[in-house]
Design a binder for this molecule. Structure first.
Ligand code: HEM
Length: 404
C-alpha cells in the first residue's frame, strides 16, 4: 500500500534512453538518474526508471509487484500484441513460469555446465591458437561471434545449416524490447527467412540427439511440459543464449585491451580468468535494461508508482552504482569481487544460462592469458547500438605471443 503522507515529487527527465548515442555510451545518463533519486520518471515514454542498485535488486526480487507477464520491453502486451508468442519464461509470472522453469533448470545446472567443459575448452584453445598465430584480429567477428555460435549451437543440437541466422534473430529479439525506432526497423527488415529458420530449428526433428533442444522435447514425453511449450522453450535458448554471450566476450576483451595493467595480471595468473570475466559482466553488462509492469501501487523511496505502470530497471547502471560498489565503481579491476551484480538478473527470472555463459568467458579468457603476453586495441572499437544489448560490432586487436 502507498502511504500518501510520504509521497515525494519524482524527478522527471526528458532523456531518450533509446537514442543510439545514449545506447552506446549510457554512463553519464545513468549517473544523472542515480543522482536524481531512487526513482525517476522518463517523460518521453511515460515510464518510471530505477538506476540504483538497491531499487533494481528489490524489484527483481519482488515478481508479485513487478510483473514480467506484460512483457519485459517497453510494449505492454495487454495493450499491444507482441511480435511473436510471448516467452514462457522471460515474459511470464509464477505459477505458470515456475512449471516450465523447473525442467529447464535441471538442464542447466553448474554440474551440467561442467560436462561441457572438455568440448568448450578444446574449441577455445583451438580458436585462440589460430588468433595468436595471426597476431591481429577482430575481437568480435573473429572471436566473440565465432566461439558461442560454434560451442553453444552444438550444445543445443541446432542444425549446422542456417546458423548464420542466429545472430540476426537475437538482434531482432533484443531490439524489439525497445520502441519502434530505426534500430528496431533495421533489425526487422528482411526478417522473414530468419524467423522461418528459427521456428523450424526449434522443432523436434531438427534437433540432434543428446543436445539441450532434444532434452527439452524429452520433458514432453515425461509430461512435464506440453508439445506446444517445447519449441517455445528451445526458442528461449537461441534467443537468450547467443547475442548475450557474444556481447559479454567482446565487452570482456574491450575491458582487458583498454586496461593493460589488468591484462598483465591476468597473463601472470590465468586463474583470474573467472573473476576477470565477472568484473567485465558488471562493468559492461551485455543486457543493459529490462522492464517490469507494476501489478499494484507501490511506494519506492517515498515516491508513489501507480498500478499498471511500466518500470525500466537499468542493470548496467545498478552495476556501476557507487552506493553499492564504492567510489571506484567505474574501474575495471580483475581482483574486484563483482558478486552481487545484476548482469544475469536476480530472483525468479535469474538467468538459467549463467553457468554456461561463465564457462565460455572463463575458457576464452584463460586460453588467451596463457598464450598472449599483451592484448591491445589497434584502432577505435566500433559499437553496435541495440535497444537492449551493449556490445561491439568490431574490436580491432593485436596480441603478442608469450606463454605464462
Ligand atoms: C553473458 C550472457 C548472458 C547474459 C548477460 C544474460 C542475462 C540474463 C538476464 C539479465 C536475465 C533475466 C531477465 C529478467 O529478469 O527479466 C536472463 C534470463 C534468461 N536467460 Fe540469460 N544471459 C546470458 C546468457 C544466457 C545463456 C547462455 C542462456 C541459455 C542457455 C540464457 C537463457 C536465459 C533464459 C531462458 C532466461 C529467462 C529465465 C526466466 O525468465 O526464468 N542466458 N538472462
Amino acid at each position: 500500500m502507498v502511504d500518501s503522507a510520504r509521497v515525494i515529487d519524482v524527478p522527471v527527465l526528458d532523456d531518450d534512453p533509446f537514442d543510439p548515442a545514449v545506447l552506446v555510451d549510457p554512463y553519464a545518463f545513468y549517473e544523472r538518474m542515480r543522482e536524481a533519486g531512487p526513482v525517476v520518471f522518463l517523460e518521453r515514454y511515460g515510464v518510471w526508471a530505477f538506476a540504483r542498485h538497491t531499487e533494481v535488486a528489490e524489484a527483481l526480487g519482488d515478481w508479485e509487484t513487478y510483473s514480467s507477464a506484460a512483457g519485459v520491453g517497453l510494449a505492454d502486451f495487454r495493450k499491444e500484441a507482441p511480435w511473436r508468442p510471448p516467452s514462457l519464461l522471460l515474459e511470464a509470472d509464477p505459477p505458470g513460469h515456475s512449471v516450465v522453469r523447473k525442467p529447464m533448470l535441471h538442464l542447466m545446472t553448474p554440474k551440467v555446465a561442467e560436462t561441457l567443459r572438455p568440448a568448450f575448452s578444446a574449441a577455445a584453445e583451438e580458436l585462440v591458437d589460430t588468433l595468436v598465430n595471426r597476431g591481429e584480429f577482430d575481437g568480435v567477428t573473429d572471436l566473440a561471434e565465432v566461439y558461442p555460435i560454434h560451442v553453444f549451437a552444438d550444445a543445443i543440437g541446432l542444425p549446422e545449416d542456417g546458423r548464420h541466422h542466429l545472430l540476426p534473430y537475437a538482434t531482432m529479439t533484443f531490439n524489439a524490447f525497445g520502441p519502434a525506432n530505426a534500430l528496431r526497423d533495421e533489425a526487422f527488415a528482411g526478417s522473414e527467412p530468419v524467423i522461418e529458420w528459427a521456428t523450424a530449428a526449434c522443432q523436434r526433428d531438427a534437433l540432434s540427439p543428446g543436445g539441450f533442444g532434444a532434452q527439452i522435447w524429452e520433458a514432453v514425453d515425461r509430461d512435464e511440459i506440453t508439445a506446444e511449450e517445447a519449441p517455445l522453450l528451445v526458442r528461449s535458448l537461441l534467443a537468450a543464449g547467443l547475442d548475450t554471450t557474444v556481447g559479454a566476450l567482446g565487452n570482456a576483451l574491450f575491458c582487458l585491451a583498454t586496461n593493460p595493467d589488468q591484462y598483465e595480471l591476468l597473463h601472470a595468473d590465468p586463474k583470474l580468468a573467472k573473476p576477470a570475466f565477472e568484473e567485465a559482466m558488471r562493468l559492461e553488462s551485455p543486457i543493459q535494461a529490462f522492464f517490469r509492469t507494476t501489478s499494484r501501487p507501490v511506494e519506492v523511496g517515498g515516491a508513489e508508482i501507480p498500478a499498471d505502470a511500466k518500470v525500466i530497471l537499468f542493470f548496467g547502471s545498478a552495476n556501476r552504482d557507487p552506493l553499492r560498489w564504492g567510489e571506484h565503481a567505474d574501474r575495471y579491476d580483475v581482483h574486484h569481487r563483482a558478486a552481487g551484480h545484476v548482469a544475469f538478473g536476480a530472483g525468479v527470472h535469474v538467468c538459467i544460462g549463467q553457468f554456461i555463459a561463465r564457462l565460455e568467458g572463463e575458457l576464452v579468457l584463460s586460453a588467451l592469458a596463457r598464450r598472449a603476453a599483451t592484448l591491445r586495441l589497434t584502432d577505435d572499437p566500433v559499437p553496435k547500438p541495440n535497444n537492449t544489448l551493449k556490445a561491439f560490432r568490431h574490436l580491432p586487436l593485436r596480441i603478442t605471443a608469450g606463454g605464462t
